[in-house]
Design a protein around this ligand. Sequence first.
Ligand code: HEC
Length: 127
Amino acid sequence: MDKRIQIVLGISTIMIIILLAQCTYHNEDEYFKDNPNLCYTDNMSFSNDISPMVQESCISCHGKTNASAGINLEGYDQLKPYAESGLLSKVIRHESGVTPMPLYEAKWSDCSIEKFEAWVEQGMKNN
Ligand code: HEC
């Protein structure tokens, strides 16, 4: 075969492989986000994933002006030590030995708990 044809074919093959690889990755990402039966826990963000859940179900009793049990969870710096010690995980999992949270309200969904714990495992980033 002509050398030039071989080169063109080689380059085309590489390009197609790169395109397919990007395509697969992109789809997988979207697939996880859009499928309600799957829980997306990659790269958890404090401001987009964790803070909204805490705002919605904890801050009414653990804000800076009304910290029940002296526990203020309003903001990253306040919340982090309780996440780090494992106490938040215990209360949202309703483990024995702690008061289950959120008090008087439904337990977080498995996915919300997984997201919270993934954020802790990913180093509690302030992102
Ligand atoms: C309706 C008010 C209310 C809500 C909502 C609420 N808490 Fe609490 N929380 C309390 C009170 C009151 C206590 C003290 C209870 C006790 O010591 O028995 C407490 C205690 C705690 C404790 C200490 C528990 C222990 O046994 O040491 C943690 C941690 C905590 N809350 C985290 C949370 C988190 C996280 C959320 C949201 C998922 C939340 N709370 C939602 C009122 C609330």
